[in-house]
Design a protein around this ligand. Structure first.
Ligand SMILES: Cc1cc2nc3c(=O)[nH]c(=O)nc-3n(C[C@H](O)[C@H](O)[C@H](O)COP(=O)(O)O)c2cc1C
Ligand code: SF4
Length: 418
């Protein structure tokens, strides 16, 4: 049956900004910035290519409000004069494609890693991520106030650069999430203890932004955790006060996610089951603010189904678009069979390349041919083609028939086209 994707094709208004359709490129960090966190040509090419392929909103991933807040040696930074020019070029390269440029801003907090960031690791309290093993230094009140101001300056610079939407990262166990979570925040001063105190940093940031620009708040979205999968962590019930506060500020949207570094395994299992869409559905019952669902959305068929069931207002995709940036354009043309899927979506555990770039010191490149930058000669190299075909062969072991057919189709398509 031909799918017209009628719901996905509808535009939506986020705080006065019209997004041309309901498809979001979820925030991805790509370690393609310079060492001082500035935008590079590679970053511009990457995100503008996604924007050119029928995506309503493209979210540039975790961009740090300070050097200490970064999580990689080539992560993006925001807030200093040196960043303005590159950010302006990046935003306009996305907007010029008829998409909407959004940027996510964050501070890595206690999940930082000195090995990659070359900076100290800080957090609300002493805390060690088991897999990293570095104890976070406890932030003083003066340092917290400085970070609040850096968030505020980051947001203002993002809008000044031409980003139409800014997403505050309040999830994944990063600094702002850490302050809100009783699992990670054990302070006994005005920033810890009661729920009201744990929310103080987030409230201060939003209030400070509002003071600088009343207008800005309505174009800010928030990525929040629907479940941390850990005792004393956050879930939608624990986040009720946060949601009430953000609703009262009339923010643009919520993007629903889950998990922290410590609970990564649970996170991927839940994501695979489609639980993240259920989280979006549950949040939708708590608020009138638009919701973006994501996590293992592998096709526009699935996205259309999520909207049809009224589980969310928009859908986000990360890996499916990394693997094939033209997924939406191909689907809109009825050429779904030409889409090359993310191999991790086809079979769990086959490929994690893009997720663990930092640890392996890899450049941001996906293994699928649909993601290869045709302008780079090494991308069409024999080695690369062979390694992709080898990977497909490996995928065929212990796989359900329906998926096997899928892989054989991809192999044929690929061989026919090289
Ligand atoms: C390479 C990569 C980088 C990511 N970077 C970010 C990020 O900067 N901020 C964020 O909130 N999530 C980030 N994510 C998570 C995605 O936004 C998304 O929520 C997750 O991958 C699940 O969606 P998917 O199944 O469509 O990939 C990243 C994911 C990947 C694969
Ligand atoms: S690098 Fe691997 S996991 Fe990442 S999008 Fe490509 S195929 Fe998927």
């Amino acid at each position: 049956m031909i799918n017209n994707y009628n719901l996905l094709k509808q535009s939506i208004n986020l705080g006065g900004v019209t997004i041309k359709n309901r498809i979001v490129s979820s925030p991805i960090s790509t370690n393609m910035a310079t060492e001082d966190g500035s935008v590079t040509e590679n970053l511009i090419n990457y995100f503008s290519n996604i924007a050119a392929n029928d995506i309503g909103m493209v979210t540039v991933g975790a961009t740090s409000v300070s050097e200490e807040g970064g999580d990689a040696s080539n992560g993006m930074h925001i807030g200093k004069n040196i960043h303005l020019n590159g950010l302006t070029k990046l935003a306009s390269s996305i907007n010029e494609q008829g998409s909407t440029a959004a940027i996510q801003i964050f501070h890595v907090g206690a999940q930082g890693n000195t090995f990659y960031s070359k900076k100290r690791v800080v957090g609300p309290s002493k805390y060690i991520v088991p897999d990293i093993g570095i104890e976070a230094e406890v932030l003083s009140i003066d340092e917290i106030v400085k970070i609040e101001n850096e968030f505020c300056e980051g947001v203002i610079q993002a809008f000044d650069s031409g980003f139409k939407i800014v997403e505050m990262h309040l999830g994944h166990g990063y600094l702002l999430h850490e302050f809100m979570s009783a699992h990670m925040n054990r302070r006994e001063d005005e920033y810890g203890g009661s729920k009201e105190n744990r929310l103080k940093i987030v409230k201060n940031i939003f209030n400070k932004i509002e003071k600088k620009s009343k207008h800005a708040i309505k174009n800010i979205g928030a990525r929040i955790s629907a479940d941390d999968f850990i005792e004393k962590g956050l879930d939608l019930i624990e986040n009720k006060e946060l949601i009430n506060f953000l609703d009262s500020k009339k923010i643009a949207y919520y993007s629903v996610t889950a998990g922290i570094y410590e609970t990564a395994k649970q996170k991927y299992l839940k994501m695979k089951e489609g639980s993240y869409w259920e989280y979006a559905n549950n949040l939708k019952k708590m608020t009138q603010t638009p919701i973006i669902a994501q996590g293992n959305i592998t096709s526009l068929e699935l996205g259309e189904m999520i909207l049809r069931k009224n589980m969310s207002d928009m859908i986000g995709m990360a890996q499916a678009l990394i693997a094939d940036p033209a997924l939406a354009s191909k689907s809109f043309k009825g050429e779904e069979e030409k889409i090359i899927p993310c191999l991790a979506h086809l079979k769990v555990g086959t490929c994690h390349r893009c997720r663990y770039l930092k640890q392996k010191d890899l450049s941001f490149e996906c293994i699928t041919p649909s993601s290869w930058d045709k302008n780079k000669s090494h991308n069409s190299s024999k080695n690369k083609k062979e390694s992709f075909l080898k990977m497909l062969e490996k995928l065929k072991d212990n796989i359900a028939n329906e998926k096997l057919e899928n892989i054989e189709k991809i192999q044929k398509n690929f061989i026919d086209n090289i």
